[in-house]
Design a protein around this ligand. Structure first.
Ligand code: CP3
Length: 368
């Protein structure tokens, strides 16, 4: 049992990565985020925030003024600047790549847009076998400006790891099938239950696109990846295992040989934590509904955990915020690997100074 704790979850495999990759040349191989993901001893608990790059920052709103979201995702200079903003301001232990889960879909020709205040909207929803054929594989050239930003960022960030990411097949399918954000995912489930062959074909294509996007970001310089299955909490375990797990496993498998830490996260997934663990990531992200100690019991040995302060709690009094951060750290004490994060993304109206103070508290409370 002790062996399992000491054994890195995925040993670095320099063979698959360029010699000047930050994980290979040593810049990020001892970063707290990388160590925690591998369940190795850390000098301090690493902390970063989902949606740390975005509307909570005035400097973000300034550089984004007048530039549509998707356009900004394909502008190398903007991606670099926006990704660095929260690292400079908050001193977080990782940069999350500024992009969106629909970027690779746009890059393979899907007609979609990100509508402010709404989210991704797809012009012609995907519902038939013929629709599946509209999805082709993602080639590096499709996302050249995006990958150029990842390379530039790896150069700028020094010892701070860049986290690349992709949307998981279910969450991507939900946007494609519904045509936009959905509360109940009714059309998505209708396709899944009525036409399982079309469903599996669609998720097969999406897992390739997601896996290719992750792989390209890693080869360009990302030192970790996160697969976001934001909306998969809508499914019961049995359906997750039958209709989703093989495809999420394939997406994560696309970078398995590179030895890069892999994080897998969804919202409202308390009932699915053990199933999501089986998709093969090194770290399971936990939303704010399940205490970390309980989440650890559900996922068992062999993975690290990420989370899980309620993003809404950041609107409380300074004393209350501090108490709730302390509670997350208490729940995580004794876990072999913990990455501090929120249980979902930073809310747009969050006071950025509160975020900075959370980083300071996590660091001062856990410095060893
Ligand atoms: O710091 C970061 O996390 C930056 C990168 C990032 C964005 N989107 C930027 C963004 C990441 C990791 C995402 C992932 C993403 N996009 C997810 C998974 C994470 C999650 O929140 O569960 C999902 C479901 C999407 C789809 C999407 N894109 C939504 C729901 C929205 C919000 C719509 C709105 O306006 O409220 C977007 C737009 C988006 N993606 C914004 C940002 C900064 C806001 C656009 C803006 O600033 O105008």
């Amino acid at each position: 049992m002790t062996d399992a704790v000491l054994q890195p979850a995925s040993a670095p495999s320099p063979a698959g990565l360029p010699a000047d990759h930050p994980l290979v040349d040593g810049r990020t191989s001892s970063a707290p985020l990388v160590l925690a993901a591998r369940r190795q001893p850390v000098p301090v608990t690493p902390v970063w925030f989902m949606r740390q790059a975005g509307r909570s920052l005035p400097e973000y709103r300034e550089v984004r003024a007048g530039i549509p979201m998707l356009e900004s995702c394909f502008r190398t200079d903007l991606v670099v600047e926006i990704t660095l903003q929260p690292v400079r301001r908050h001193g977080v232990d990782a940069a999350i790549f500024f992009s969106d889960i629909v970027v690779p879909l746009k890059a393979v020709g899907v007609d979609l847009d990100i509508v402010p205040g709404v989210g991704p909207v797809v012009a012609e929803p995907f519902r038939t076998a013929a629709d599946v054929d509209r999805l082709r594989d993602l080639e590096p050239d499709d996302v050249a400006p995006v990958l150029a930003a990842a390379t530039a960022l790896a150069g700028e960030l020094g010892g701070t790891p860049l986290i690349g990411f992709a949307g998981a097949p279910f969450t991507l399918a939900s946007y494609l099938v519904e045509g936009g954000p959905s509360r109940d995912h009714a059309r998505t489930k209708a396709l899944m239950y009525s036409e399982p062959e079309v469903w599996h074909a669609l998720l097969g294509r999406l897992s390739r696109i997601a896996g290719q996007f992750l792989r390209q970001q890693v080869l360009a310089g990302a030192s970790a990846v996160q697969l976001f299955d934001s909306w998969v909490g809508a499914l019961p375990s049995r359906d997750y295992r039958e209709y989703v797990l093989p495809h999420s496993t394939a997406a994560l498998g696309a970078v398995a040989d590179l030895g890069v830490p892999r994080i897998h996260f969804g919202v409202g997934t308390g009932e699915l934590l053990a199933d999501m663990r089986d998709a093969g990531a090194d770290v399971v992200g936990v939303d704010f509904r399940v205490p970390l100690a309980e989440a650890a019991r559900r996922v068992g040995d062999g993975v690290a955990l990420q989370g899980n302060l309620d993003p809404a709690a950041l609107f409380s009094s300074p004393e209350a915020v501090s108490a709730r951060v302390g509670r997350v750290l208490e729940d995580a004490a004794g876990l072999p690997g913990h990455i501090f994060n929120l249980g979902h993304g930073v809310l747009p109206d969050t006071d950025p100074d509160v975020i900075t103070r959370v980083v300071e508290q996590v660091h001062s409370a856990t410095r060893r």
